[in-house]
Ligand binder design. Structure first.
Ligand code: FAD
Length: 508
């Protein structure tokens, strides 16, 4: 049987399960650069460059192993069309790959295999702690699917920060009170820079190609310095653990102008391309804790993101696709304003988050959830357009992680399938967690009128429109209690001003 292993651009792992039964003497590997993949959403230049550079570097790893590799450069065709030609030309009878990070591609590979009448093996991805069958079993017939319980289950199972008596390290599962503080009033102070990498010859060649082929795509490449090899990813990891993890938790949710990365790890690209495994990342953080280099609250806050959120989100994606991509709980239909692509908005928080996104292809979690995501929900934007933007614009965006975060968490498009409430907030939240409001032409505390913060007006408008739903939910009841303190006349002014904003979204 002539076997072909397909290595996708986000599966750059030498010990990937795709190679479980690989016989280097007779089996072959294929990697495909497809312009179609870079064009089906309007992808940020840095994201295209990152994927292509990391793929070309990984091809060198496979060549060193003496694997028979076909590397298809810059094809105009889709991945599946290239594969089809290659399989037919070389008479392969068996195609092997790891679970693709996109439901669409899985379906296309299955269709191709049945069309060509070849065997298709989709191996579970050994990069993750939890495979899909295990996740499905954990979900079982639970009425409420919540991260917290899944996270505890995985911590116990993998004995991560678990004491000998089976209780969580330090006697509690969650250290949110110590974490998630704003920066001090004077600002974040000296933050150690993340580890960056000067582009080498391979990256430079890719960047030149991206600039010419995708010149009209959003974003820029001037600051391109992402890890593109496993060696670089490991250096970025150890740098983070030593210099940045100690303050990660405390200021996880904080935002400040000209502070695009805060104390965050900037490891999502290396993790999502599979240059490093979550187990390596978690183990390094635990070792630092055991050596007393970081506090329990910092290490728990970080482990929760990787062992908790990342695994949970992935499980939800496979559980709920393809429906997840169609969901629109609030039936929002408004068009994504152009300034999501240009940062040309008067809202200082949005401007800053989008500007840094265009520059680096990066914004941290709270910027994605409580700034760009919050505004998208309050402005009643069509979830599918918002999801396309997130998929296009972030260097770490793969559908399995982008879609549940955007549709499920930020937009509540699935009606709270795995979250307990919609994440909505007014300008007061931004004022508390950042310095953005100081330089903004809008007033975060004003609920209506020309200089009222659009986030604030639209927040109260959202509560007025969804009052009954918010009152029923114990997690949001306090919000409606605050709404009751606003008299009917002012509520009318708020809804009228909100309507003006909603009809003029391009100009806010
Ligand atoms: P850190 O804050 O340092 O966190 C450490 C790691 O934990 C991250 O590298 C990431 O792998 C993982 N992690 C943290 N939060 C999440 C989460 N909610 N879901 C999954 N993993 C998480 N993450 C992506 O990797 N790709 C995406 O396309 C993506 N889209 C998002 C869209 C929205 C609307 C929101 C709210 C979040 C999204 N996230 C996405 C999750 C999170 O914002 C990013 O993982 C994080 O900002 C990456 O930066 P970091 O590596 O510095 O993360």
């Amino acid at each position: 049987m002539k076997k072909l292993v397909l290595v996708l651009g986000d599966q750059l792992k030498a010990d990937s399960s795709a190679f479980n039964h690989f016989d280097a003497a007779k089996d072959e590997v294929i990697m495909i650069e497809s312009e179609f993949e870079a064009n089906y959403v309007w992808t940020h230049k840095a994201k295209i460059a990152l994927f292509l550079s990391a793929m070309r570097h990984f091809a060198e790893v496979l060549k060193k192993k003496k694997y028979a590799l076909t590397y298809v450069k810059q094809s105009k065709l889709s991945i599946v069309s290239v594969l089809k030609e290659h399989i037919q030309k070389h008479h392969f009878t068996h195609l092997v790959c790891v679970e693709p990070g996109e439901w669409r591609l899985r379906k296309e590979l299955q269709d191709l295999a049945s069309e060509l009448q070849i065997y298709l093996t989709i191996e579970p991805d050994n990069h993750f702690y939890c495979d899909f069958d295990e996740f499905k079993e954990w979900v079982g017939d639970k009425k409420e699917i919540r991260l917290e319980y899944f996270y505890r289950y995985l911590r116990k199972k993998h004995k991560v920060l678990i004491q000998e008596d089976g209780e969580p390290e330090g006697g509690q599962w969650n250290f949110d009170e110590q974490n998630r503080k704003p920066y001090p009033k004077k600002g974040p102070g000296q933050i150690t820079e993340p580890k960056w990498f000067t582009p080498d010859a391979i990256s430079k060649e890719v960047m030149t190609y991206v600039e010419s082929t995708y010149s009209k795509h959003p974003g820029e490449l001037e600051s391109f310095a992402w890890a593109v090899t496993r060696e670089q990813a490991l250096l970025a990891l150890s740098h983070f653990i030593e210099y940045r993890l100690p303050l990660f938790g405390a200021h996880q949710d904080a935002m400040w102008t000209n502070t695009p990365f805060g104390w965050h790890s900037i490891l999502s690209t290396s993790l999502n391309l599979k240059l490093i495994d979550p187990k390596e990342v978690v183990d390094s953080a635990i070792q630092a804790y055991e050596k007393k280099q970081v506090s329990l609250s910092a290490v728990e806050g970080f482990v929760r993101q990787i062992l908790g959120w990342r695994e949970f989100i992935r499980g939800m994606y496979y559980l709920d696709m393809p429906k997840m991509a169609e969901d629109n709980f609030y039936q929002h239909q408004r068009k994504l304003p152009d300034w999501y692509w240009t940062a040309n908005t008067k809202m200082a928080c949005m401007k800053d988050a989008i500007q840094q996104t265009l520059k680096y292809g990066y914004a941290h979690h709270i910027q994605r959830l409580m700034v760009t995501g919050n505004v998208a929900l309050l402005a009643e934007l069509l979830p599918q357009q918002v999801c396309e933007w997130y998929l296009a614009i972030y260097v770490d965006a793969l559908e399995w992680v982008e879609l549940p975060n955007t549709a499920g968490m930020a937009l509540f498009a699935n009606g709270g399938r795995f979250t307990s409430k919609p994440y909505v907030a007014s300008g007061a939240y931004i004022k508390r967690m950042s310095n953005y409001c100081e330089s903004c032409s809008y007033q975060s505390s004003k609920r209506y009128g020309p200089d009222a913060c659009p986030m604030t007006t639209l927040y109260w408008n959202f509560l007025i429109n969804h009052r009954a739903e918010f009152e029923k939910n114990p997690r949001t009841r306090l919000m409606t209690a605050n709404l009751q303190k606003i008299d009917a006349e002012e509520q009318l002014l708020i809804t009228q001003h909100a309507q003006t904003l909603l009809n003029n979204l391009e100009n806010i």
